[in-house]
Design a protein around this ligand. Sequence first.
Ligand code: GH3
Ligand code: MG
Ligand code: MG
Ligand code: MG
Length: 315
Amino acid sequence: YFVKHKRNEIEQVAHTLGRLWHNRQVKVMVVDDSPSFRAYLQRLLESYRYRTLTANNGREALKRLAEHPETSLVITDVNMPEMNGLELIEAIRQQYRREDLAVIGMSDASKPGLSARLLKAGANDFIAKPFQAEEFFCRVTQNTNMMEYVRRLREAATRDVLTGLANRRHALEVCEKLYANARRGHFQIALGMIDVDHFKQVNDRFGHLVGDDALKRIAVALSQSLRASDLVGRYGGEEFICLLVIKQDDDAELVLERVRAAVAQVDFEDGGTPIPLTVSIGFATELETSLLQMIGRADGAVYRAKAEGRNRVVR
Ligand code: GH3
Ligand code: MG
Ligand code: MG
Ligand code: MG
């Protein structure tokens, strides 16, 4: 019994420490026109290791939010000069979704109906004044935990676990958007398909774990040799897709040639045996009739690159 009891206690402490550690990353804004109440909430939040910032009305809150886009929770009073809490919440919802920026409205226990108006305006939650510190923490923690949960789900839904690049679904979604913009003439794009050369041999000779490491190293080389505004994702096993926004047609080949060279320069080995890694890249700049057609065109070019000897870029 004692051992079990102690273990629970230790786990609880570890859990609390973990939560407090997590809180250090979370920024909370307190919006209230009363300086003393603002300071009180700020102290409460800081005792739970939240990072805080404050504003004394809705207008100032919007300004401070723009300066601190990493803010994840706003706790707002209702009655304030210049812009009240309800107006602030409505303005926030024009710009930020509930899962990106949570809002807790502080209603007044003596004003029935106010909490419903806060929720209708777009608040995630409300708390009636006066409240106890414990209830305040429960509301804050529930909301910040929910946001962390959504962030993890979103991460899991969009990233490839092995390489950390965009997964196939997310890559295709982003490509569709960029493709649509290119169609409207906003800019020109190039679509590249990247296939690792003789990858089966790497697995066969060194094993799958080494093969996995090779894919990770290639992914790093790909993302480092492309700009942040370009998309790169893992399309399938040892195939990657990239979509470049380009100024003129000639740029595509230059950029992809740089990508090819970056992979060829990766220093990869297993137990002292060097393992050369290269990729064949096929690309297309014509928009065709759909994104999938454009991908098909780039895929065709990959086959030609393979046939011509691999480790090259082909249109
Ligand atoms: P080519 O130059 O013609 O592309 O030859 P290749 O050997 O790369 O092509 P092939 O399509 O025959 O083989 C691809 C290999 O990639 C087979 C598969 O086992 C391996 N592969 C696919 N996904 C993964 C992965 O996630 N990890 C590892 N280690 N290997 C993978
Ligand atoms: Mg007030
Ligand atoms: Mg392949
Ligand atoms: Mg291959």
